[in-house]
Design a binder for this molecule. Sequence first.
Ligand SMILES: [Zn+2]
Length: 165
Amino acid sequence: MDIQIIRSRRRRKTIQARKRNHCIEILAPAHMTDAQLQPHIDSLVKRIERHKKASTLSHDDLHKRAQYLNRQYFNGSLQWQSIQWVTTQNRSYGSCTSTRGTIRISDQLADMPTFVQDYVIIHELAHLLEPNHGPRFKALVSQYNLAERARGFLMGAGFGPEEEE
Ligand SMILES: [Zn+2]
């Protein structure tokens, strides 16, 4: 990705980025050096790349996987409104709003092994029946025999459970 830095004397503090054709323009105050700008550029490029990745992930494949796991672990009894990949800023791997039946899976999981992705999908599906992480919830999730291993993997990658809603 091409990055062009445009410095302006009129700009005081804020750094701004805009896409122009295939290039990213960074608008920066005149007094900022390249070294001072570098961390901002790094995090910006990371963010853009993650958005790009998220847009290539298939919501449809995710939905199909969830349907498969629904049949496998919940007798096909679950219904939901939507299940989608999302770009999250924090280290939570997913979320489920059980009242609305909307499930969101972090796109950071897309690079992880399938057994970890399956665990997270099962975890969020189980929330459709049990909003909290009580004993009934644990019983549902532990039907998946790789649950413990997947939890260990996620913890090792620095992921905590989703924020409670
Ligand atoms: Zn949970």
